[in-house]
Design a protein around this ligand. Structure first.
Ligand SMILES: NC(=O)c1ccc[n+]([C@@H]2O[C@H](COP(=O)([O-])OP(=O)(O)OC[C@H]3O[C@@H](n4cnc5c(N)ncnc54)[C@H](OP(=O)(O)O)[C@@H]3O)[C@@H](O)[C@H]2O)c1
Length: 215
């Protein structure tokens, strides 16, 4: 079966994943709603990804990555067209980072521990199959993470078991082990790991680390 993936969002995460999935043999489309960005996206992806709008990208593949600014994630889905997300598997990288400065290296979220951003997105597009993924690691380690031989752990969560299996297979292919943290509510625990992950970077400029579950 042809491997296709659509990446909604053209920031650092979108570009990194577009290049990484291309390297792993995927046909990739990357989505931006800003036509002025097309030329720079083409340069950053070496011409190896198709470029379209959020709607074009949502329609391009059965597996999508949502890689937009957390505060704009609901708007991005609405702009793409909620119907286009029906039955799609959506690897949700987004973090609900509030637009306020960090306090002693600790960033703030606009969500609460009783409702994650992914749950909000799942409510907005109930027929989409969201899987929280990639949210608590820096983009440079997302594909084939080189951590001195240690395979890091990606925590995932989502309501659809088949979507989580597809996600796990993709993660295995790109160098991760996966821990399933249950249904969509599991994102309430996964998303705040981003706050923890950022602290060494904010305080000491250290950004090259990932989580691993040990038993
Ligand atoms: N950077 C990392 O290493 C990292 C790691 C883990 C998770 N994340 C999470 O991944 C997501 C993407 O992060 P990023 O650093 O790649 O880039 P970002 O700057 O957070 O997001 C860039 C994308 O967001 C879209 N966007 C911004 N404002 C918008 C609005 N008002 N309406 C619709 N779309 C809007 C942009 O659309 P246009 O293309 O149309 O301008 C662009 O494609 C974020 O939620 C972030 O928290 C980031």
């Amino acid at each position: 079966m042809e491997k296709r993936i659509g990446i909604i969002g053209s920031g650092q995460v979108g570009i990194t994943l577009a290049n990484g999935f291309h390297k792993h043999g995927y046909k990739v489309m990357i989505g931006t709603n800003d036509p002025e960005k097309h030329e720079s996206i083409k340069e950053k992806t070496g011409g190896n990804a198709a470029i379209g709008s959020f709607s074009d990208t949502a329609g391009f593949a059965d597996v999508l990555v949502l890689a937009v600014k957390g505060i704009a994630a609901e708007e991005a889905i609405k702009r793409a067209g909620i119907d286009l997300f029906k039955n799609k598997i959506i690897l949700d990288t987004t973090n609900p980072i509030a637009e306020v400065p960090p306090t002693n290296g600790v960033i703030s979220f606009f969500t609460t521990l009783e409702e994650s951003l992914m749950e909000r997105l799942q409510k907005l597009a109930p027929e989409a199959r969201f899987v929280k993924c990639f949210s608590c690691v820096g983009n440079v380690l997302m594909i084939d993470p080189d951590l001195g031989g240690t395979i890091p752990t990606m925590f995932i969560a989502g309501n659809d078991d088949q979507a989580k299996q597809v996600t796990t297979d993709i993660l295995t292919e790109i160098g991760w082990e996966t821990e399933d943290m249950g249904k969509a509510e599991g994102a309430r625990a996964i998303e705040p790991l981003c706050i923890l992950w950022c602290i060494p970077g904010m305080l000491r400029g250290q950004w090259r680390h990932a989580f691993k579950l040990v038993r």
